[in-house]
Design a protein around this ligand. Structure first.
Ligand SMILES: Nc1ncnc2c1ncn2[C@@H]1O[C@H](COP(=O)(O)OP(=O)(O)OP(=O)(O)O)[C@@H](O)[C@H]1O
Ligand SMILES: [Mg+2]
Length: 148
């Protein structure tokens, strides 16, 4: 079986700082892949390069056999739960989860159902109308997960 995500010789420099060195990895479809390492070792940088939020300095990233060079984040088949969660405090839980569906062509009721299903999946059924600023840290984290 071929890899769904394949990195070859990925390097990332932030100015003089060499954040990623020669990263080779393959992740297969359905595989649960953990990246473990001390603070500052480059885990977030690696995820951001896969999502297209950072450009690699050299090396290649292929997703489903397709080279991601020059492909914008919104055109990659990826999603990311940010470390700071990036939950919008002034929106409700449901508005946060449905944020990426604003331009989805499905009917409003269908999108609302998708949001409710995602909230159920993370154990937040019934929280849709709550303002996001009025949640615990763990609940905020689950809103970010449901949105992704
Ligand atoms: N935009 C940037 N400009 C310069 N250096 C950066 C930038 N972003 C991250 N770094 C540096 O790159 C290194 C890797 O950062 P990264 O955020 O990938 O670490 P991490 O493994 O996710 O750490 P943590 O476990 O603390 O979240 C760190 O030393 C960090 O200071
Ligand atoms: Mg990090």
């Amino acid at each position: 079986m071929t890899a769904l995500i394949e990195l070859r010789g990925v390097e990332k420099h932030y100015g003089d700082y060499h954040a990623l060195r020669g990263i080779d990895l393959e992740i297969r479809a359905g595989e649960f892949f953990s990246l473990l390492g001390p603070s500052g070792c480059g885990k977030t940088t690696l995820l951001r390069t896969i999502a297209g939020l950072e450009q690699v300095s050299s090396g290649s990233i292929r997703i489903d056999g397709r080279d991601m060079k020059g492909v914008a984040p919104n055109h990659r088949p990826t999603n990311m739960v940010f470390q700071s969660y990036a939950v919008f405090p002034h929106l409700t839980v449901a508005e946060n989860v449905g944020f990426g569906l604003r331009r989805d062509p499905r009917a409003k009721s269908e999108k609302a159902r998708a949001v409710e299903e995602a909230l159920e999946m993370v154990g937040l059924a019934g929280y849709g109308r709550r303002r996001a600023h009025a949640l615990s840290g763990g609940q905020r984290q689950r809103v970010a997960l449901a949105r992704a």
